[in-house]
Write a protein that binds this ligand. Structure first.
Ligand code: BG6
Length: 519
């Protein structure tokens, strides 16, 4: 429920949470377990995994007992590993780092060198695991977290299987796999088959960090825990939907990966398609991991395949040139370290997608994502149809703005509804006003903290199932292949850094008599 002052003349209504149901609001502390991180000397371990585990410890959500074994090719002692993780945690929490909390937490960190392709190093890992499980009394529950480059996923998975480390003989054995899950349909199927040879689907946690964002999880609550939105959530009332994930950042230090991936693999196959599925899916009978994932897969199956012969009516791609971001000059994608000077890798894409089912027939979903745009913003905007009859037509020249409902994923997490209200004083004059609910200043778990906890709890709701991954690749692989085949170096760069993307993306909507929401 929302309580707050009436709107002021800037059109804002602020909201605050005044009640919640007690059930389900507490976060349970998971049972004792161990986490084995493959790729422990890498960036992901330092930036996300260890800082998230530290924060869970600091807010009393980490299981007790608990320990971590970091593994990688680098030769390190337990103490070397602890020292390097201390720096990483300090960097992640410059304000909130506590020396005394770190002392206790660091004693749960261990390191074991591994050669990813060499079986006997897995036997050594197994010995260390068994000894530490005995020492800490964690009872055999284990998470294997693959934070390595994707090229070594398969050898690690196979070797875990061969070493008997995937077998649930006294405790659960869960494996977390970071995106990318393959780079096309064939490689995704291959990776899924490799996983299935050592683990059952119930043990596999394919991670999409967007699903762990509170605001993304809230999409289903918003739609299915309120009775007033679902009846109008269909083609009868909705004109179109816009899904945006824009970034001001460029490719950073990831050119090696990004040059091969490009924006469609990097952002659409996973994050954007997951947002689309949550927005468009039917209500499952139960809020349970498999039923929710069944409904999401049905959405993917109902997406109309891209018309490869007339792609320009459905797809626009772009690559950033130089420009200004926040008053600072930034370089073009092709000038970034590690990027080819003739690169045809798209850093921006806008897609128009149709869902062939009863609910969404005739409602286009416009999806866009890009790097080096004017702002960082992820949102889902539901654009409703205009009122059927304009009874004020004699007094209002410009027409009436249709209602828009915006699910703001980040930043400024929350929900807004744009509606028309009478301007006080004048006889017939309307203003578009915003009714706003904001998650600001509310305690939220970071995405990685959430997924680590869920994996410990055995809850697969926020993880992607193999059929979902394959379905999205089945749609996007022919599109990516065709775009790559048609791309010419002269086509790029076609948008300035700091802009809202290529002009052709504006035309994509203009042709349909619509406009993008500003970034
Ligand atoms: C990652 C992509 O999955 O998501 C990155 O690989 C992108 O290229 C990032 O920058 C965006 O995530 P967020 O949470 O910052 O929106």
């Amino acid at each position: 429920m929302i309580e707050g002052p009436l709107f002021d003349m800037t059109g804002n209504i602020s909201g605050k949470i005044i009640s919640n149901t007690d059930s389900g609001c507490n976060i349970d502390i998971p049972s004792p377990c161990a986490v084995v991180i493959f790729g422990a000397s890498g960036d992901l371990t330092k930036r996300k995994i260890i800082p998230s585990l530290y924060r869970l410890f600091a807010i009393n959500l980490l299981p007790d007992p608990f320990f971590v074994i970091g593994t990688a090719r680098t030769l390190l002692s337990d103490n070397d590993f602890r020292a390097s993780m201390k720096e990483a945690v300090k960097e992640a929490f410059p304000q909130d780092f506590s020396e005394s909390a770190w002392q206790i937490f660091s004693e749960m960190l261990y390191y074991q060198r591994i050669e990813y392709n060499t079986q006997n190093t897995y036997a050594e890992l197994k010995n260390k695991l068994l000894a530490l499980e005995k020492k800490h009394g964690t009872g055999g529950n284990r998470i294997y977290y693959l934070a390595t480059p994707p090229t070594v996923y398969e050898p690690v998975i196979e070797n875990l299987g061969i070493a008997g480390l995937s077998k649930e003989d006294g405790g659960y054995r869960h494996v977390v796999v970071e995106k990318p899950i393959g780079s096309d349909l064939e490689s995704a199927v291959h990776l899924n088959n490799t996983l299935a040879a050592s683990f059952t689907e119930r043990q596999i946690y394919r991670m999409d960090h967007y699903l762990a964002k509170e605001t993304v999880q809230n999409i289903l609550m918003f739609r299915f825990a309120n009775s007033i939105f679902e009846p109008i959530w269909n083609s009868r009332y909705i004109d179109h939907v816009q899904i945006t994930a824009s970034e001001a950042l460029g490719v950073e230090h990831r050119a090696g990966y990004y040059e091969k991936a490009g924006v469609i693999r990097d952002m659409f196959q996973n994050h954007i398609f997951q947002l689309l599925a949550l927005t468009a899916m039917e209500p499952p009978a139960l809020f349970d991991a498999d039923r929710v994932r069944d409904e999401k897969v049905k959405v993917f199956r109902s997406i109309r395949p891209f018309q490869l012969e007339s792609l320009n009516t459905q797809v626009v791609t772009g690559q950033y040139g130089k420009g200004m971001i926040n008053g600072k000059e930034v370089i073009a994608y092709r000038d970034e370290p590690g990027v080819s000077t003739e690169s045809i890798t798209p850093t921006y894409a806008a897609l128009k997608v149709h869902l062939d089912n009863w609910r969404w027939k005739g409602v286009p979903f416009y999806l866009r994502s890009g790097k080096r745009l004017s702002s960082r913003k992820a949102e889902i905007a539901i654009h409703f149809k205009p009122v059927p009859h304009l009874m004020f037509s004699h007094a209002i020249e410009d027409g009436i703005e249709p209602n828009v409902l915006i699910l703001r994923v980040q930043p400024d997490e929350g929900i807004g509804i744009h509606f028309e209200a009478k301007n006080p004083g004048s006889r017939v004059c309307l203003n578009t006003v915003l009714m706003n609910f904001s998650y600001q200043n509310v305690f939220m778990l970071d995405g990685y903290e959430r997924v680590l906890l869920d994996c410990m709890q055995g809850d697969q709701m926020l993880f992607v199932r193999s059929d979902g991954v394959q379905q999205t690749w089945a749609l996007l692989t022919p599109l990516i292949d065709k775009l790559t085949e048609d791309a010419r170096p002269n086509d790029f760069p076609n948008y300035e850094s700091g802009s809202s993307g290529p002009a052709a993306a504006e035309d994509l909507l203009k042709r349909d008599g619509r406009v993008w929401r500003p970034l």
